[in-house]
Design a binder for this molecule. Structure first.
Ligand code: FES
Length: 187
């Protein structure tokens, strides 16, 4: 069967009920997508199918043949990170990192649907992606930062740099007058 992953076609010979996750990792060789729970409960295996987030551990590969699949490896170009990845780095989000590919894929889908999500919308959309390291506050900040990047602004809350103040003209230095020796003082 033919799979279209990150814009490239792959011919794979596997039973149609094989989980997409294992086909991506073992047949296509893309190991950025992680196995977490195997029951669609933790989100570590999140990829996009037709632009929508899907848990690849419970998606039969036969259901997604010929449909566009995007994995974490497909977000960046060779030269430029996806804004969500850039925001993740700027906010230092990962701790152990195991859940983060899934977190980023969910965040990309969220920002596509809601370009400027509120805290509540972020928490709601990301709540099914579990992080055992507890990076949730940094994830929230990074989603806001990514939203700002995607909307062409600087990070929210950032203060624009003040225009440089021209330096004051230097005050000429008054030549030091040698002290006049006091009357009667010895040189
Ligand atoms: Fe360790 Fe999320 S960073 S599980």
């Amino acid at each position: 069967m033919k799979l279209v992953v990150n814009g490239k076609s792959f011919e794979v010979a596997v039973p149609t009920d094989t989980p997409l996750l294992w086909v991506l990792r073992e047949e296509v060789g893309l190991t950025g997508t992680k196995f977490g729970c195997g029951k669609a409960l933790c989100g570590a295996c999140t990829v996009h199918v037709d632009g929508q987030p899907r848990r690849s551990c419970v998606t039969a590969v036969g259901d997604v043949a010929d449909r566009p699949i995007t994995t974490i490896e497909g977000l960046a170009t060779e030269a430029v990170l996806h804004p969500v990845q850039a925001a993740w780095i700027e906010e230092n989000v990962p701790q152990c990192g195991y859940c983060q590919a899934g977190q980023i894929m969910s965040a990309v889908a969220l920002l596509r649907a809601k370009p400027r999500p509120s805290d509540a919308e972020i928490d709601d959309a990301m709540s099914a992606n579990l992080c055992r390291c507890g990076t949730y506050p940094r994830i929230r900040r990074a989603v806001h930062r990514a939203a700002a990047l995607l909307n062409g602004a600087g990070p929210e809350g950032a203060t624009p740099a003040a225009p440089a103040t021209p330096a004051a003209p230097a005050t000429p230095v008054t030549p030091v007058t040698p002290a006049t020796p006091a009357m009667g003082a010895k040189p």
